[in-house]
Design a protein around this ligand. Sequence first.
Ligand SMILES: [Zn+2]
Length: 282
Amino acid sequence: MNKLACITLDTELDYGDPEKRVRLLETPEFLERYIAIINKHGAKVTMFTVTSLFESHGERFRQLAGHIPLEFSVHSHTHDPHHACSLDEVEASQKAFRDFTGESPLGCRAPIGRIDKAGLGYLLDHGFAYDASVYPSIRPGEFGYFNLHMPNIPFRVARSDGRSLIEFPFTSIEKVRIVFALSYAKLFGWGVYSLLVKLFGLPYIALLLSHPYDFYFAEIPDSAVKGLEHAALARNSKRAFDYFDNLLDTLKKQDYEFAFVSEAYRYALSLKLEDFAWETWK
Ligand SMILES: [Zn+2]
């Protein structure tokens, strides 16, 4: 079986930033470093994009696409966690995506994994071929979840009217179910995190989660994020690019081939996947 690794970048406004910027794209030092690491490893990036940013940042997206292999996918229209996958959000994101790219979006990732039965139904209604929103792990708090029963590999969600989509869960490190993400590598520190990846491994399709602000969180001035959450996100901030470099290097050493999520989707179509009925989705 092929081993595919997808580098995903959830492109939204920098978290807690009063200036509402996306510094990865706006600061040449950050952008150049990002591009250099992607190209050093021959990686490909699937950018789950908050589609309202196509209007404000479209030119910057096009510039980035001129420097690295880049495909766009949908990360809601406005990144509102209280309406993560509402009908309005699905329709607005699909329209903005078509206006910018000239094509229909193949897939979607809901803000902070806030997909539910109704949201999946809207995606099916609107012809989305994949979703990438389910965390097979645990998170406490208001937007938390407890999903250890969910698979760590792609599965199919099928509805009785014959429509279906493939769900790509957020990849977790096997057994310990810690999310495979730049933010978690920073939180645990490279020594511990790399050991966990080495000991427990990753599934045959691995999506690496990252956000622009993961690369420089501690450098965002006057952050609205405070206390423990700020401390957690700011850990190892100065090492973020090095960790990202290490993560890509680890994937290569474990014989993963870099692929867009659209390519992983086409590959998954050829596999025997576990089926979930949309009607009984919880
Ligand atoms: Zn997001």
